[in-house]
Design a binder for this molecule. Structure first.
Ligand code: NAD
Ligand code: DAU
Length: 368
């Protein structure tokens, strides 16, 4: 039976990739995107699917409980997939307020609306509330520690991860106390198209194209576990189709990299692209180090992020065993695809960085 999804944060990096994935995979389903279009949300991320009649965009804040209730009722939503969040750790250190508001109070607002519409009426409505969380709630690992499992105790270290952990607990409590049909997924670091250029991988790509320094925090030996974004969407899909209500599922690809090695790898890949195709030097004449094959000269070690988690690694064995989850993209092909996507889509990243694309696409968009 066709579903109607409410996707919060569907104009952000992972949410937009999820919307593209879902519309392609399930063309009969309706997808309603609720997004406040903060600095990180951009209708340009949904531009190529904006003419799809199964997609509707609503600009609004998840903290607006009445609006959420109205959408759940008016659109007869049966599945809520909750991506909306403040997501950047550095911003959470500079100013935690927005993280507390959106990640904790916003999730609470969605839970209240879902309970009212789906559980508190004359008869309960069949539903699913899927909450998208992160591996950062588990804290940090030493070099030889086993990877995080779903049973690893929560130990969040940044205002961002603490706010996500708080939201995970609220979701759990709404299931345990009220019987809301929830699932939660905890995923490792994503990369791919539409990744906002404040995060490490797109920042390094766009800085190289501008011949800017590549800031590496501390000694650069912190480890992250990278997953291609579409493999995250596939994992959520499996949790929605086959996951047990009330359970948490880890999503990841066993792909740990030290930051400094990721920075060097991206430099090498860009050097190869520039050497193989003269189009890129014409398009990016500022990219002197990439043209000269010397991107390592741009690497600059800078002051470390306060409280910087040393290592993340996700054990997705339960999701593999119980749901048949397996990432499809190898890191080698995914990172090459991503580098090429940024080379080809400079209109997107220049536009999101200066905000101009956001206004332009908002005017073009037909489903508001
Ligand atoms: P993002 O910052 O790119 O996008 C967040 C989206 O949420 C934006 O479109 C923004 O406009 C919207 N939003 C923010 N506040 C809102 C509010 N109050 N009301 C409505 N919309 C609001 O984030 P992302 O990287 O796509 O992450 C999406 C989700 O996945 C987050 O919950 C994040 O914690 C989680 N996650 C991210 C990663 C990662 O590597 N990026 C990994 C694991 C989990
Ligand atoms: O692990 C999942 C998390 O991954 C998500 O929950 C977060 O929403 C997402 O932003 C991401 O968090 P990180 O802090 O790991 O991502 P970021 O891209 O900010 O940084 C990756 C690593 O690179 C981290 O160790 C910090 C480092 N870094 C980052 C930037 C922006 C640098 O060394 N230099 C930089 O300029």
């Amino acid at each position: 039976m066709a579903k109607t999804l409410l996707v919060t944060g569907g104009a952000g990096f992972i949410g937009a990739n999820f919307v593209h994935y879902w519309l392609a995979q399930y063309p009969k389903d309706r997808v309603i995107v609720l997004d406040a279009l903060t600095y990180a949300g951009n209708l340009a991320n949904l531009d190529s699917v904006s003419a799809n009649e199964k997609l509707k965009f609503i600009r609004g804040n998840i903290c607006d409980t009445q609006l959420v209730e109205k959408i759940l009722v008016d659109e007869a939503v049966d599945t809520l997939v909750h991506f909306a969040a403040e997501s950047h750790v550095d911003r959470s250190i500079l100013g935690p307020d927005a993280f507390i508001e959106t990640n904790i109070l916003g999730t609470y607002s969605l839970l209240k609306a879902a309970k009212k519409v789906w559980l508190d009426g004359p008869a309960p409505v069949p539903h699913r509330f899927h909450h998208v969380s992160t591996d950062e709630v588990y804290g940090t690992l030493g070099p030889n520690d086993p990877a995080f499992t779903e049973n690893t105790p929560y130990a969040p270290n940044s205002p961002y991860s603490a706010s996500k952990a708080a939201s995970d607990h609220l979701v759990r409590a709404y299931h345990h106390t009220y019987g809301l049909q929830v699932t939660t997924s905890n995923c490792s670091n994503n990369y791919g198209p539409f990744h906002f250029p404040e995060k490490l991988i797109p920042l390094v790509i766009t800085n190289i194209l501008h011949n800017k320094k590549l800031p590496v925090y501390g000694d650069g030996l912190q480890i992250r576990d990278w997953l291609y974004v579409e493999d995250h969407a596939r994992g959520i899909d499996l949790v929605l189709q086959k996951g047990q209500v009330g359970e948490n599922y880890n999503i990841g690809g066993h792909n740990e990299w030290a930051n400094i090695n990721i920075v060097k790898l991206i430099g090498k890949l860009l050097e190869q692209e520039f050497a193989a195709d003269s189009r890129w030097a014409e398009k990016y004449p500022t990219a002197a180090a990439a043209i000269a094959g010397d991107t390592e000269s741009l690497i600059t070690f800078v002051k470390d992020r306060p409280g910087h988690d040393r290592r993340y690694a996700i054990d997705a064995a339960k999701t593999g065993r119980e749901l048949g989850y397996k990432p499809q993209e190898s890191f080698e092909s995914g990172i090459r695809k991503t580098v090429r996507w940024y080379l080809e889509n400079d209109a997107w990243w220049k536009g999101v960085m200066d905000g101009s694309y956001k206004d332009w696409v908002a005017k073009q968009y037909s489903h508001q």
